[in-house]
Design a protein around this ligand. Sequence first.
Ligand SMILES: CC(C)(COP(=O)(O)OP(=O)(O)OC[C@H]1O[C@@H](n2cnc3c(N)ncnc32)[C@H](O)[C@@H]1OP(=O)(O)O)[C@@H](O)C(=O)NCCC(=O)NCCS
Length: 157
Amino acid sequence: MDSATTATAPVYRFACLADLADVAAIEAERFGDQAYPYFVLRQLFDLHGANWLIVEVDGVVLGHVLVALTPDRRGWLLSLAVSTRSCGRGYGSTLLAEAISLCRQRAMRSVLITVRPTNRTAYDLYRRIGFAWTGYEERYFGAGEPRDVLEYKLASA
Ligand SMILES: CC(C)(COP(=O)(O)OP(=O)(O)OC[C@H]1O[C@@H](n2cnc3c(N)ncnc32)[C@H](O)[C@@H]1OP(=O)(O)O)[C@@H](O)C(=O)NCCC(=O)NCCS
């Protein structure tokens, strides 16, 4: 077999503790000083590790989506990121689709995500998949740094 022409299929699976260092590196690369630091990811793993998805290729973690389920049956996507060098290959949209599917399996009523109004790549992706605007907060990331909240409805409330 010619390995130069053989692409390894991405694997989508639940995160494990050993993935957190790679996830932290992707977070730092994509979100800079607003990335979740390792110890926060470690705490989030205790709370939400059962609903945390990653994509890997050849054993290398390339992206993740962190899902937090609330008692009122909302699934919050607390982070979604793909390493810069791996963007544009469908990993982000597939992680999103997997997260929506997970929320549906867990009987959530909707899926919510925070996005900066200026983040057009993410915003366009969410809108195309079926998320709709549901809220705005002026100082979410700090003074002059608002957020939009987008929602994907799964079932009638
Ligand atoms: C948003 C993000 C997760 C998308 O991941 P991805 O793996 O590139 O997603 P996909 O390959 O599925 O591409 C999704 C769409 O974004 C487009 N896209 C990807 N990278 C892009 C870039 N650098 N500039 C413009 N568009 C881009 C793709 O063309 C695709 O559009 P299409 O379906 O019309 O072709 C990724 O860009 C990322 O990690 N961004 C930084 C972190 C971030 O903003 N997270 C979301 C916070 S709300």
